[in-house]
Design a binder for this molecule. Structure first.
Ligand SMILES: C[S@@+](CC[C@H](N)C(=O)[O-])C[C@H]1O[C@@H](n2cnc3c(N)ncnc32)[C@H](O)[C@@H]1O
Length: 358
């Protein structure tokens, strides 16, 4: 059974193979969602006129994206306040949340660079003061005091087999698909309920997460890429490097919902107004910015994708199967990704939504 709270962490450091190096795709997604974040911040500012604004980045990791997000927020507030000619400057309190295994030391060290990026942007204007705290805890538990700011596959206690799959694939039974969906519904509803308790009235929350473009649950981009990881694990079973039962007991704690599925859960919660929702697509290769459907350099792209997926999954895989399989596993994975890219340039579907507490 995967123990996400104890075992998951993005690969730390800033070197080759680190999450920091392969999180460029997420940077682009954050950049594209800047108008949504800006709108949410300004609406909260106007509604509350706070002396201190509390902003939380949930699942922040230790890469450059947290700094990028925080610089954006500081710049948006500074621009807005300078237009209003505010004399009593607002102060910002950032809470950076991730699981306890996250490399918070690296994260805090990297935040020094915020000063340079925000001062360069404002050249001499005064910037709001900001304070930063770390919050090492799962966001499926309460993180903040009330109104201060946002398992595996089991049915009736029994595990159902997903065979050699580690996510939903063409051979996953409808019953197991239902379990993935029920787990997502349970987790996302809990997440909404907890954030509703923590947010002040009129507080906003912008969520960015993997989704699915196609209504058909078997045709999500996560199924394609995680299918390649599953095939690589299967080939290690054939080589006697991984025990078959170990593989059968491994399922990833993720689910890519369609926008309708997400909307339905938000509506049923009666806790948030859906201000904005968009599904957009992002290339698997974090370094390929082309917008067409052609993979221009399969060898290079398959290597980038392999490093990117490894930087996210290796902690979970190592804790379940042992660290010794990592190199050989991702050697198997890369040609499978290349074969997939020969057939089509599948893209991740990313859902962005802005919610207002009601
Ligand atoms: C793909 S990374 C995204 C990191 C960063 N926000 C970015 O855009 O680059 C997802 C992060 O969510 C964290 N995460 C996953 N489940 C979590 C949970 N239950 N509570 C807190 N953080 C969690 C992971 O540890 C990981 O750092």
């Amino acid at each position: 059974m995967v123990n996400i709270e104890g075992d998951l962490h993005m690969t730390s450091g800033e070197g080759e193979g680190s999450y920091a190096k392969y999180s460029r795709r997420q940077t682009i997604v954050i950049d594209e969602t800047k108008p949504v974040i800006e709108k949410a911040i300004i609406e909260v500012y106007k509604a509350i006129l706070p002396q201190t604004m509390v902003i939380a980045d949930l699942g922040c990791s230790a890469g450059p994206n947290t700094m990028f997000f925080m610089s954006n927020v500081i710049n948006i507030i500074a621009d807005h306040c300078s237009k209003l000619d505010e004399h009593d400057p607002i102060e910002l309190q950032f809470f950076l949340n991730d699981l306890p295994g996250n490399d918070f030391n690296q994260l805090f060290r990297s935040l020094e660079k915020i000063k340079t990026s925000t001062t360069m942007y404002h050249k001499g204007d005064s910037l709001p003061s900001y304070y930063i705290s770390g919050l090492p805890k799962s966001y499926y538990s309460r993180l903040f005091p009330r109104q201060s700011v946002p398992v595996g596959l089991e049915a009736g206690g029994k595990s159902l087999s997903n065979m050699d799959n580690i996510y939903i694939s063409s051979t996953t039974t409808p019953l197991v698909v239902k379990l993935f969906q029920e787990q997502f519904r349970k987790d996302f509803s809990l997440f909404l309920k907890l954030r509703h308790e923590e947010l002040v009235n009129d507080g906003h929350m912008v969520l960015i997460f993997f989704g699915r473009k196609d209504e058909d649950v078997y045709n999500g981009s996560l199924s394609h890429i995680l299918g390649c990881v599953a095939k690589s694990l299967e080939s290690l079973v054939c080589k006697g490097l991984v025990n078959k039962e170990k593989l059968e007991s491994f399922n990833l704690p993720v689910y890519g919902p369609s926008d309708d599925e997400v909307m339905e859960i938000v509506m049923e919660s009666h806790m948030f107004d859906l201000v904005h929702m968009k599904l957009f697509e992002a290339n698997w290769d974090p370094y390929d910015d082309s917008v067409d459907d052609v993979v221009h350099d399969i060898a290079n792209s398959s290597q980038n994708i392999t490093m990117g997926i490894r930087s996210v999954l290796e902690s979970l895989i190592a804790s379940h199967f042992g660290e010794s399989i990592l190199d050989v596993l991702f050697q198997e994975f890369r040609p499978l990704v290349a074969q997939h890219l020969e057939r089509e340039k599948t893209k991740y579907a990313v859902i962005v939504m802005s919610l207002k507490k009601i």
